[in-house]
Design a protein around this ligand. Structure first.
Ligand code: WT7
Length: 651
């Protein structure tokens, strides 16, 4: 039954929700995990790593922190990540279990068992090896959510060739700079995909990226997905179906050191240059598997899991590919948008595949709230047992709606805090164990140590807002920034020496539960995606008409934050009717559609401090239609009045 009286925003959230006794009685996670990890943290991680993974050579030391902040986990251990994610399940007799239920946006489907996935990965590894890819070589992957994305990542892992997945929504320029930074040897892409019922293209962006630079690339492997015509560079471009189709199924996997690089994933920082976050093998896979199992209450023989994230983001790495596959779970992979052909597409998939665990982002939940309960109401969602949230704080109203409308007021909702850098979940309740609290990510997972501190790094009492820090190394922590070890030390380990600074504000409540309060640096969070103000500013000033630009993240009801830009045009440049549209397009071209500002205001001046720093706080006030805050440090306080009076706003 649809309850039309409680539409989006009007549902009241309970303060706490106790675990359901039946769920608790059968829960995968047990309260004893906290005790065990508190007593012997390293022993706890060693046990997880040995129980969850298959090692070719056992490790001799759990953590080597002697080179802090550069960590080595599971020292001396050797394993093959892809074998752990696929082959060993086949060897254990689970080859017939479905690994992927793929559903394309047009409705085409593919069912891929673990045995089939293992064969595909081995063939793809042979095909890559035939193109000269060896352990240590980098491979860029620019693909939509199709099974080949998973196969490509695992084939790289199998060869020990770190992949660098670039989100398909990034532009040719963004792709090129990432390929260049990692000096990738091969790029794996496809002709195109589908979005909102229409074919899209990806290959042209790769062609444009390689036309401008990226000399390290010797071959482009092209998956045929939607049949769109592609330009072809003879000698460089190779069809996936030719190369992988012709490759043999036999491939001997080599075991790699626990610290062998697994992947690089670029994410936005506070400067204009994206950071290449480096993750390695043993520790990363151990924590990905441990969190997937315990936070989602997963039993591979029972569950059908679905994480709606794209493999272009870290959530897709840890919770579509590595965590679930390491456990041998059956999962759904969906290519398209949630409203194609109608706004009930997700819920039809939950019903069709009997999804038991769903992991998505608050922005998606708020969008569904806006669309209304009628869409989930059309489907039987009774298979769902656990609901997860990630990417930004989930407001209590959205939490309550998620649990009530999607989870029939029965399922636990786990709000999981982590980052590209942390590699896996860090702060989250455990379903069946933790008394849930809507709006709070609550407690560090067993084995994880977090603290809320003030400016001076002193731990804060309950109720006081400060900075979130991680006080002990963890297995899936980033091992550095690709090609820039000093920036790694400076960015994460210098603000509070000896501790990892996450860049998030946080507070503990009277129960000691942690509430995340958003970024405290110049990083924005739009629909759970990380964007840098500096990166968008430099995209704007690269346009010939722009003299100066300032970008802020303004609160947005659906996307959490929205990009709002203020620009000063160059002397002589006139603001025409198309200026703003042109600038938005320009940002889309420089970075990608996700970075396009929601609004751009053309202004005559920007508010600056006496030292010349742009006062974003004041601009945020304007962007959010608030009275401007303290302007006493402005060089010229009248600037704000000028901005308010003269701004041209465009949505
Ligand atoms: C930033 C990391 C983690 C994968 C997706 C985003 C914010 C993430 C939560 C949460 C409050 C959250 C933080 C963090 N964030 N999850 N549950 N509650 N904030 O990964 O792009 O590396 O972004 O996302 O601000 O620092 P990312």
């Amino acid at each position: 039954m649809t309850d039309t009286t409680s539409q989006a925003g009007t549902g009241h959230a309970p303060r706490t929700v106790d675990p359901d006794p039946d769920f608790a009685a059968q829960a995968v996670a047990q309260a004893a995990l906290y005790e065990e990890a508190d007593t012997d943290r390293l022993g706890f991680w060693a046990r997880q790593a040995r129980e969850l993974l298959t090692w070719d050579t056992d490790f001799t030391q759990t953590l080597d922190w002697s080179g802090a902040p550069f960590a080595k986990w599971f020292v001396g251990g050797r394993l093959n990540v892809a074998v752990n994610c696929v082959d060993r399940h086949v060897e254990a007799g689970d080859g017939d279990r479905v690994a992927l239920h793929f559903e394309g946006e047009p409705g085409d489907t593919r069912t891929i068992t673990y045995a089939e996935l293992a064969a595909d990965v081995r063939r793809a590894a042979n095909a890559l090896a035939a193109l000269g890819v060896q352990a240590g070589d980098r491979v860029a992957i620019y693909l939509p959510m199709i099974p080949e994305a998973v196969v490509a990542m695992l084939a790289c892992a199998r060869l020990g060739a770190p992949h660098s997945v670039v989100f398909g929504g990034f532009s040719a320029d963004a792709l090129r700079s990432r390929i260049e930074d990692a000096e990738a040897k091969v790029v794996i892409t496809c002709d195109g995909s589908y979005r909102r019922g229409k074919p899209t293209t990806l290959k042209p962006a790769v062609d444009a990226a390689l036309a401008k630079g990226a000399p390290s690339v010797t071959n482009v492997l092209v998956v045929r997905r939607n049949g769109e015509a592609v330009d072809w560079t003879e000698g460089r471009d190779v069809w996936w179906h030719d190369a992988v189709g012709a490759a043999g199924e036999e491939h001997e996997a080599q075991a790699f050191d626990a610290e062998h690089p697994l992947y690089i994933l670029y994410t936005s920082g506070t400067t204009g240059k994206p950071k290449g976050i480096l993750h390695t093998s043993g520790g990363y896979l151990a924590q990905a598997a441990y969190t997937t199992k315990n936070v989602f209450d997963l039993r591979p023989e029972r569950d059908v899991y679905w994480c709606t994230a794209d493999v272009g983001w870290v959530t897709g790495h840890s919770y579509v590919v590595y965590g679930p596959l390491a456990l041998g779970v059956t999962q759904v992979v969906y290519e398209g948008t949630p409203d194609t052909p109608d706004k009930d597409r997700w819920w039809s998939l939950v019903e069709k595949y009997g999804v038991t665990v769903l992991y998505t982002a608050p922005t998606a939940i708020r969008t569904c709230m806006k669309w209304g309960e009628e869409y989930p109401g059309r489907h039987d969602l009774s298979s769902l047992r656990v609901l997860g949230s990630v990417g930004e704080p989930i407001n209590p109203e959205a939490w309550a709606w998620y649990r009530r409308v999607i989870g029939a007021d029965r399922t636990p909702v786990v709000d999981t805090w982590w980052q590209t850098e942390t590699g896996a979940m860090m702060i989250s309740p455990l379903p069946g164990v933790t008394t849930l609290k809507p709006g709070s990510a609550q407690v560090p997972l067993p084995g994880v140590a977090a603290e809320v501190v003030d400016d001076a790094g002193e731990p804060l009492g309950h109720g006081q807002a400060g900075y979130l820090v991680l006080t002990e190394p963890w297995p899936s922590m980033l091992r550095g920034l690709w090609g820039d070890p000093q920036r790694y030390v400076d960015t994460y380990w210098s603000r509070f020496p000896g501790r990892y600074f996450a860049g998030d504000g946080a507070k503990r409540d009277e129960d000691g539960d942690i509430w995340l309060l958003g970024r405290v640096d110049d990083v924005m969070n739009v629909s759970g995606h990380r964007l840098s103000t500096a990166e968008i500013e430099s995209a704007l000033v690269s346009h010939p008409t722009v003299a100066e630009a300032a970008v802020v993240g303004a609160t947005d009801e659906t996307t959490g934050q929205a990009v709002v830009a203020f620009v000063i045009l160059r002397g002589g440049a006139q603001e025409g009717p198309d200026t703003v549209r042109e600038l938005r397009e320009h940002v889309g071209q420089e970075i990608g559609p996700i970075a396009k500002p929601r609004s751009i205001m053309v202004v005559a001046e920007l508010p600056k401090t006496r030292s010349g720093k742009i006062m974003r706080r004041l601009l945020r006030d304007v962007a959010e239609n608030r009275a401007t805050g303290d302007v006493t440090t402005l060089t010229d306080a009248s600037v704000m009045d000028t901005i308010r009076a003269g701004m041209t706003r465009s949505e």
